[in-house]
Design a protein around this ligand. Sequence first.
Ligand code: FAD
Length: 107
Amino acid sequence: MEQLGRSSWTLLHSIAATYPTQPSPTEQADLQRFIKLFGKFYPCWVCAEDFQKYVEEKGVKTGSRDEFGTWLCEAHNEVNRKLGKPTFDCSRWEERWRTGWKDGRCD
Ligand code: FAD
């Protein structure tokens, strides 16, 4: 379950990292659908249920790369909090998942 989670977050944050900065209406609608279907089919039913609830309550923000990346980071933080893990500073999601850390470290 841990491996599935890590791999899934890697896929999702990598999608955010390559999502257009100015997405077309079709790209936005496709991403909305993808996230909702992802929540429906995620193969950990408890996780999927909570994720779908989060999506229902907050909506999915797909207006730009930064908007989606920040939304996803906040969704991930919601799970981190639930599991008692440290939360992540969402102003730095792109450093972690796209550009690399500004201070040059490699983790
Ligand atoms: P992960 O949480 O998998 O994170 C991987 C890496 O992402 C981290 O090393 C860090 O560098 C980076 N990161 C951490 N937080 C953020 C953030 N907020 N934004 C950007 N990057 C970040 N597990 C359960 O036990 N119960 C659940 O209900 C549950 N729900 C889940 C729902 C979804 C949609 C997904 C994809 C996974 C869920 N998981 C759940 C799995 C869980 O979130 C973790 O993936 C798993 O516990 C392994 O955690 P990890 O410590 O290796 O790091």
